[in-house]
Design a protein around this ligand. Structure first.
Ligand code: FAD
Length: 318
């Protein structure tokens, strides 16, 4: 079922959903199930599964800066979506990237998704690779997420890359795209970034999921500005509970987002990461309560593989 239909069916009630990352290459999928199991009692109508081309570990250089070391990518997004959908009878949303894929390879991924009964895809550009200064699309690949949205829409109309077919069983993907309450890090301004978001929606995106933010005011202002810019699709807030002290440096550096001063102070006061995790949970609960009261369509959590903190948050709210 489409995310937009889940939202309509909920009739104003806020839904709970979360995002997972595939296990590391060679790891058992059971680990993933062990993290999903405790969250199923909160009845997520959908679960997102990320795609990564490169993965980083961040090493503290001791001077307040972080060094980035590449580890390995995590394949398996579509397979995991199929496995979870089958095991839990829940909709899954594979993240599909422009970067690293030709349009033809993307078409194969989408055809697989369609055969597997996956109704939703999240269309993303992806980041620059570590050896690149700027994002470079693949030769024959999509450049911007908007181009990927157009490719998916073409497929929904039976327009494959090399043929137009009178398909008896056309795909009808519901398409999600990313939005940035504090603007995308490469964008010159929030206003320009909103124009780009509008282009994605005009190309056929059905809903938006936001980058993490820690000050709800940023989300509320973003939603208002998006409406002003003529963006009328649901904008789902993405919430990340802070989990380790290193996030204090990492999140502003990597995502160019602000952390509110009281959150910074509370984390700095923690003597270990167990205490930081608790601060992260409490902050996310407060954020979520306010967003619930504002009637957001879905509260979407970035679980990053370990679900105990998302479970603690959901227990308070759902
Ligand atoms: P786009 O919408 O294409 O925008 C990228 C930049 O280009 C922006 O600065 C935009 O303003 C600008 N731009 C857009 N169109 C034009 C144009 N025509 N001319 C000039 N500039 C333009 N990354 C992963 O690798 N895997 C994931 O699974 C993943 N999941 C994510 C989920 C969410 C909810 C979010 C918010 C992000 C996710 N990302 C993921 C990160 C994402 O890939 C990066 O933020 C990436 O840098 C931008 O992707 P985008 O789809 O927003 O790109």
């Amino acid at each position: 079922m489409k995310i937009t239909d889940h939202i309509k069916e909920a009739n104003g009630k806020t839904l709970f959903s979360f995002e997972i990352i595939p296990p590391k290459k060679g790891n058992n999928i059971q680990e993933l199930y062990n993290n999903i199991d405790p969250l199923m009692e909160f009845k997520p109508p959908f679960i997102d599964v990320t795609t990564s081309r490169e993965e980083y570990v961040y090493i503290d250089k001791g001077n307040g800066l972080l060094d980035r070391k590449i580890t390995r990518m995590r394949p398996g997004t579509v397979g995991i979506c199929a496995a979870i959908k089958h095991k839990y009878d829940v909709d899954t949303v594979p993240h599909v990237l422009c970067g690293g894929f030709s349009k033809e390879e993307t078409e194969y991924v989408l055809v697989d998704c369609h055969y597997l009964g996956i109704d939703n895809v999240m269309a993303l550009r992806g980041d620059a690779m570590s050896h690149q200064k700027y994002f470079e699309p693949n030769k024959d690949g999509n450049h911007y997420a908007k181009d990927l949205v157009s490719q998916i829409q073409d497929l929904n109309c039976g327009k494959y890359l090399h043929e137009v077919v009178e398909a008896s069983n056309k795909s009808d993907f519901c398409i999600g795209v990313a939005g940035y309450p504090e603007k995308h890090l490469e964008s010159p301004s929030l206003q320009t970034d909103l124009k780009r978001l509008k282009e994605k929606v005009d190309a056929g995106a059905d809903y938006v999921v936001t980058q993490m933010f820690f000050d709800n005011q940023k989300y509320f202002e973003f939603v208002a500005a998006a409406k002003n810019a003529g963006i009328n699709v649901p904008i789902i807030p993405g919430i990340k509970p802070i989990a380790v002290k290193r996030h204090l440096q990492l999140l502003p550096q990597v995502f160019k987002i602000d952390l509110p001063e009281p959150l910074i102070i509370a984390i700095e006061d923690c003597s270990n990461n167990k205490a930081v995790r608790q601060v992260g949970i409490e902050w996310a609960i407060q954020q979520s309560k306010e967003l619930l009261a504002a009637g957001v369509p879905v509260l979407h959590y970035y679980s990053m593989g370990k679900s105990d903190n998302v479970q603690a948050i959901a227990t308070e709210l759902f």
